[in-house]
Design a protein around this ligand. Structure first.
Ligand code: PGA
Length: 256
């Protein structure tokens, strides 16, 4: 089963809508008409409408960084799946470790978002990963397995091909420390085993599992060469076109 690489830029709380314009123009100019690698940018909510217009005629996709599980109502400050779809958002990052750590999100609360996303035709990028403490205690696979099982409970088997996971070891996010190629492959392969148990081997082979955590042009080729690494969720290195395009180039080379 050949899976197309997905390189997704998670801008986090960076860039105003005005600042987004130059970066998106540079991405469009370089990779806006190719489709050998799928490219997605995930700006803050305030830039989604602007970026949506800028990428309209291109092969670049739009993602959001979060959403509420409810359809509408009295949820001050929140944004629904339908609001994202209305702006032509295709992907939504859910359960990022910053949301788990800083905003109290749990496997259970993220599960509700994952199900709401897929029911609204948004492709969830479901984030999982262990802390340094958990890795040092030898609990990595156990933690990641339960994140997969609980976060994807009741996920419809008919939509497995639209599911994306992002393995992001918490100790590697924004720290400059990257998992070695072998460490990433070990966890990615284990995640695919859990997906096979849940959905069957054939369906599990269609799921893209991204690596995230200090991915940059210098280490992307090695990570992307691993058989179960199907792309990257890129934080810091997605904020400049030089670095982001460098990673896309590594994915293009790896896929050819
Ligand atoms: P980083 O962030 O690339 O800056 O480590 C990745 C992420 O948090 O998605």
């Amino acid at each position: 089963m050949s899976r197309k690489y997905l390189i997704a830029g998670n801008w986090k709380m960076n860039k105003t809508a005005t600042e987004a314009v130059d970066l998106v123009h540079e991405i469009n100019a370089s990779v806006g008409s190719q489709n050998s690698v799928q490219v997605c940018v995930c700006p803050p909510f305030t830039s989604l409408a602007k970026v949506s217009e800028l990428i309209e005629q291109t092969e670049v996709f739009l993602g959001a960084q979060n959403m509420n599980a409810e359809a509408s109502g009295a949820f001050t400050g929140e944004v629904s799946a339908e609001m994202l779809r209305d702006l032509y958002v295709s992907f939504v990052i859910l359960g990022h470790s910053e949301r788990r750590q800083l905003y109290g999100e749990t496997n259970e609360s993220i599960n509700r978002k994952v199900l709401a996303a897929i029911h609204n035709n948004l492709k969830p990028i479901y984030c999982i990963g262990e802390t340094l403490e958990e890795r040092e205690a030898g609990q990595t696979l156990e933690v990641v397995r339960s994140q997969v099982r609980q976060g994807l409970a009741d996920y419809p088997a008919s939509s497995v091909e639209h599911l994306i996971l992002a393995y992001e070891p918490v100790w590697a996010i924004g720290t400059g420390k990257t998992a070695t190629d072998e460490m990433a492959q070990e966890v990615h392969a284990d995640i695919r085993v859990v997906l096979s148990e849940m959905f069957g081997e054939s369906a599990a082979s269609t799921v893209r599992i991204l690596y995230g955590g200090s991915m940059k042009p210098e280490n992307a080729a090695g990570l992307l060469a691993q058989p179960d690494v199907d792309g990257g969720l890129i934080g810091g290195a997605s904020l400049t076109s030089r670095a982001f395009l460098g990673i896309i180039e590594a994915a293009t080379t790896a896929s050819s």
